[in-house]
Design a protein around this ligand. Structure first.
Ligand code: GDP
Length: 327
């Protein structure tokens, strides 16, 4: 059973961890956003890849959602002694990841190969797949001007009002063969409860990925990142309001509508279910808030069961022959 998840950082990592806890990691491939990547002190930092890797390795920091549990910040103190005002906190152990990745990039290794190497060394069995090995960078167009993603997100704490998002380099980027192949052989495809504009849209902007998903044999299910009109974390809801979109699970389903067979919305939004069903999308209403490990595993199980129920329907819909006995 091949499971593919499209994900950003924290929300996606929690669901993938749930899948790992309930079904193991061996059959899990995660296509991860790399448009948040950036360079700092000459180091290549891939925040979403690292959040996914640390979480699946069981060493992530559950309090912050990023970084490594129990990490220290001595490098931060030293930078301050040098008079630098570090705006992006990197833990001492976390720093090792960035040092090694940067060295391996300089030696000519691809981001995919590096990610595989680092993840394997940490004992991760799932395949963590950068959406592309090419450079794609999110630029945020706001009422205060254009900002590189991390400047908007971390330095400015996502306060400027967003007008649009630009995925610089996306048009020229190529999906990796591993990403295309994973989607091709998937039995279940899940769009994680990640930020739809900042984490999932950059993945869909890489030419070839959306086409591959549209042609996928597997059912595609999205899990809402919006509960009761608010994000669980981060700027998803604020962005929806600023972009003039209704801030609700309905708008999330609408956003992905052409891809979806199924949509998982939260019990607190049960009243919205008929509007999503009216789009021709199957629905699952459940508690989607992953507050602890049990909740991660339970939601993952429910989403995978939901996919099992949708699979014959999708196969029947697109190619009825496949349901006929082979004789
Ligand atoms: P980021 O890259 O760290 O911003 O992480 P993501 O792209 O994964 O986005 C975080 C999104 O996940 C936000 O929109 C949150 O509302 C959503 N999210 C985080 N935790 C949960 C959760 O437990 N349940 C649900 N349904 N959504 C969540």
């Amino acid at each position: 059973m091949n499971i593919v998840v499209l994900a950003g950082g924290v929300g996606g990592a929690k669901l993938c961890h749930g899948i790992a806890l309930s079904s193991g990691q061996e059959h899990l491939s995660v296509v991860v956003n790399t448009a948040d990547d950036f360079e700092l002190y000459g180091l290549h930092i891939s925040p979403d890849l690292d959040t996914m890797m640390y979480t699946l390795a069981g060493i992530g920091n559950p309090q912050t959602g990023w970084g490594i549990a129990g990490d220290t910040f001595n490098n931060f103190d030293m930078l301050e002694r040098y008079g630098v005002q570090p705006w992006f906190r990197i833990g001492d152990r976390d720093l090792a990841t960035h040092l090694l990745r940067t060295q391996l990039i300089a030696e000519g290794m691809t981001l995919s190969a590096i990610t595989q190497t680092l993840a394997q060394r940490l004992g991760v069995k799932a395949r963590i797949l950068p959406m592309t090995d090419d450079r794609v960078r999110t630029v945020v167009d706001t009422d205060e001007g254009l900002f590189a993603f991390q400047d908007y997100f971390v330095k400015l704490k996502w306060q400027p009002e967003v007008r649009s998002l630009i995925f610089e380099g996306a048009e020229e980027a190529h999906p990796t063969d591993a990403v295309l192949r994973a989607i091709e052989v998937a039995d279940t495809i899940i769009i994680a409860p990640s930020n739809l504009y900042l984490s999932i849209d950059p993945i869909l902007a890489v030419p070839g990925i959306k086409e591959m998903l549209l042609n996928a044999a597997a059912p595609i299910i999205a899990v809402t990142p919006i509960i009761a009109g608010e994000s669980v974390k981060g700027p998803a809801a604020k962005l929806m309001r600023e972009l003039g979109v209704e801030c609700s699970a309905v708008a999330v389903a609408q956003h992905y509508a052409d891809l979806l067979n199924g949509f998982v919305l939260d019990s607190r939004d049960a009243a919205l279910e008929p509007r999503i069903a009216a789009m021709g999308i199957q629905t699952l209403v459940t508690d989607t808030l992953m507050t602890n490990l049990e909740a991660r595993a339970r939601l993952a199980c429910e989403v995978l069961d939901f996919a099992d129920r949708l699979r014959p329907e999708k196969l029947g819909g697109c190619c009825p022959d496949r349901l006929l006995p082979s004789s």
